[in-house]
Each structure stands twice: as structure tokens, then as C-alpha cells.
Write a protein that binds this ligand. Structure first.
Ligand code: CUA
Length: 373
């Protein structure tokens, strides 16, 4: 199945920007050869031509030559600028995340495995199934040390760092099975921390999705935590009991903090507000929110962030309240958007003690009643 790119030692080109990186490499190699060959030849030529004929002869004195010095400064300058410009273009194509990805996947690294979660609830370990020809965005973090997601066939990689989110995107261009590596030394089994990315035709991907038991989606996990397990709703749900900032419509907006500072309410801000609430208190509120550090796993945090995003109508595919403005106006009280679920809290499938168990095991789940997938 593996067919190589036009440079035989490189892995297959399987993403939309893979060829650009290969051209850039080829260009760098070409420049190196173009400079190296004349220099090596000149070394041999001069060694012969100007070899020592009499002992202790001193060479002729050389005074500067403006023309020569200008030439050997300007040409390398121009050459290095083409490297800079080419590199910058490739870099931006590779690391500027598209605003409108077709698919979001959440990634949590852990010694020593990769956990992937789809927006539709499917979970995978050390395997990632994605459709061909779609822009895939990865939102990544780690539960312990720094890891690094690397897919050589896509010519892209990025560190995953504890305590923050990093992002990666790619558009696979060819169905196939591609190696996935951890590219940051992370301890004993670093070399075994990898797996495969399966790029499927859309039809096959749809089959895979429907044939794979989906657990709760990130939004559902987040809503359950928000309303039941962590009790966020008791302060953030609006009404007379509201003591915390209103969260509907907040995502992507600028938030004024105590002290006059303004921050953008992005994934990072939401995550930080849950773990270090005292560090970024919203103007007009008291710093009374307790920290949830140590009480939520990274996967649960991903769910909470996804849920709070969904309150602003920002998600990929299946969200609650996809039928219109209802989610924007209804506070997430226990009788709100959750009314289609059973009132009893479900067994805690997201807790830390279930890590390492089969992510696709049929857990306590409800059928999506307002599904629009
Ligand atoms: Cu994880 Cu190396």
C-alpha cells in the first residue's frame, strides 16, 4: 500500500500541504549542492595550483575589493531571503488553523497512549479514523508530560503540552493507513506510543461512524458535568441565584476582567477559568468560584469547553438545541436543554478510574433525541 513520494526516501505524501514541505526540502538540498560542489572543486584546484613551491614563501598582499565583497554579501542575502519566504509560506499553510474545519477531534496524550475523541462521541485509542478530503482540526492536551503528535505522511507535528491546548490541522488527500508517532521523548515507553491514522473515503467513514458505538459526545459530557456532577449551573445558570458570569454567547467574545484587562473567551480562557478561577475574574463578579483543579480530567475539561462553546452556538456538527435559538436563550438549568435526558445522574464514565478501559465499550448512554447528524 505504501507508495513513496517522488523523493524515494521520504514517506508518502498524504496531506494537502505535504508537497510544499517536500519542495522546500528539495530547494534547501539543491542550494546546498549548488554551493558545495564549486567549493569542493575549488579546494582541490587551489591545492594543486597554488601548492607550496618554495619554503616559507609569503603570498602577495591583497587589498579589499568593494565589488567582490558586495557580490558575496548580496547573493547569499537574496538566497537566504528566498529560504525565509518559502519557509514562511509553508509554515503559515501548515500551522494557521482554518476557521471552518470540517471536523474537530479532541486529543489527550497520556503516558503512553493517544486518546482521540470525535464530536459525535466515538472514542479511540492509538487509532484515528478520519474522512479523506476534509479539514481536520485537532485540539490537543496531555494529562502528564509533553508529548508530540506526529504524522509523517501528513508532514506535520505539534507538541502537546500539559496545562494548555495546542492545535494541529491537516487535510488528508489519500485514503490509507499512516503511522502516528509520539515525537517527544516522554519516558520509558515513548517509542511504543504511537498508532495509525486511517484515512477513509467518506462513505467508509460514515459506515465506520455508525458501526462504532458512540459514547456521550463532548458536549453531552460537559453538560452533564455542568448541570449535575460539578454543579456549575447553580451559580452560572442565571436567575436570582446567579453569582457567576453568564456563559451563553460568551465564546469568542472579549471579556472585561477585574482590573480593566480584557481577554478573549477562547478554549484556553475557559479552561483556565475552571482550573484557576481567581486568576481572571470577570468584571462585576466576586472571586468566589472554587478551583476545580484535580477534580476534572483533561477529557472532562474538553467536554466542559465544548459545552460552553455550544452555549454560544459554536460547535461542529451535532449540538444540543440545533433547532434554532432555543439554546441561546434558555439558561442551562436542570429543566432546560437537559430535559430530554433522564434526571438521574449517569454512571461516571468519564472519571479517571476508567482510563485505559475500552473507550468503545457500551457505556451508559442515551440515544440522541434531537440528533441532526
Ligand atoms: Cu509520548 Cu513520547
Amino acid at each position: 500500500m505504501e507508495t513513496n513520494s517522488w523523493i524515494p526516501i521520504l514517506p508518502e505524501q498524504a496531506s494537502s500541504f505535504a508537497w510544499q514541505i517536500d519542495y522546500l526540502y528539495f530547494y534547501l538540498i539543491l542550494i546546498s549542492v549548488v554551493f558545495m560542489v564549486p567549493i569542493v572543486l575549488a579546494i582541490f584546484f587551489f591545492a594543486v595550483r597554488y601548492r607550496e613551491k618554495e619554503k616559507y614563501a609569503s603570498g602577495a598582499e591583497i587589498h579589499g575589493s568593494i565589488a567582490l565583497e558586495t557580490t558575496w554579501s548580496v547573493i547569499p542575502f537574496l538566497v537566504s531571503m528566498t529560504i525565509f519566504l518559502g519557509g514562511a509560506v509553508v509554515f503559515y499553510n501548515q500551522y494557521r488553523i482554518p476557521d471552518d474545519p470540517d471536523m474537530n477531534v479532541y486529543v489527550v496524550g497520556k503516558q503512553w497512549m493517544w486518546k482521540f475523541q470525535h464530536e459525535t462521541g466515538q472514542r479511540e485509542i492509538n487509532e484515528l479514523h478520519i474522512p479523506v478530503g476534509r479539514k481536520i482540526k485537532l485540539t490537543m492536551t496531555t494529562e502528564d508530560v509533553i508529548h508530540d503528535v506526529s504524522v509523517p505522511a501528513f508532514r506535520t507535528k505539534a507538541d502537546v503540552v500539559p496545562g494548555r491546548y495546542t492545535y494541529l490541522w491537516f487535510e488528508p488527500t489519500k485514503p490509507g493507513k499512516y503511522h502516528l508517532f509520539c515525537a517527544e521523548y516522554c519516558g520509558l515507553n515513548h517509542s511504543g506510543m504511537g498508532g495509525f491514522v486511517y484515512v477513509l473515503e467518506q462513505r467508509d467513514f460514515d459506515n465506520w461512524l455508525s458501526g462504532n458505538a458512540s459514547g456521550a459526545t463532548p458536549v453531552e459530557v460537559g453538560r452533564d458535568l455542568f448541570e449535575n456532577k460539578l454543579g456549575c449551573a447553580s451559580c452560572h445558570a442565571g436567575g436570582p441565584a446567579q453569582r457567576g458570569a453568564k456563559l451563553e454567547g460568551i465564546y469568542g467574545k472579549d471579556v472585561k476582567l477585574v482590573g480593566g484587562q480584557t481577554v478573549k473567551a477562547d478554549d484556553e480562557y475557559i479552561r483556565n477559568s475552571i482550573l484557576n478561577p481567581g486568576s481572571q475574574v470577570v468584571e462585576g463578579f466576586q472571586p468566589i468560584m472554587p478551583t476545580f483543579k484535580g477534580q476534572v480530567t483533561e477529557e472532562q475539561l474538553v467536554g466542559l469547553v465544548a459545552y460552553i462553546k455550544s452555549l454560544s452556538g459554536v460547535t461542529g456538527t451535532n449540538t444540543l438545541g440545533g433547532t434554532g435559538g432555543s439554546s441561546g436563550t434558555t439558561p442551562p438549568t436542570a429543566s432546560g436543554p437537559a430535559s430530554n435526558s433522564t434526571a438521574a445522574p449517569r454512571a461516571d464514565r468519564g472519571a479517571g478510574n476508567t482510563q485505559g478501559s475500552n473507550p468503545n465499550a457500551p457505556g451508559p448512554r442515551r440515544e440522541p433525541t434531537n440528533s441532526n447528524r
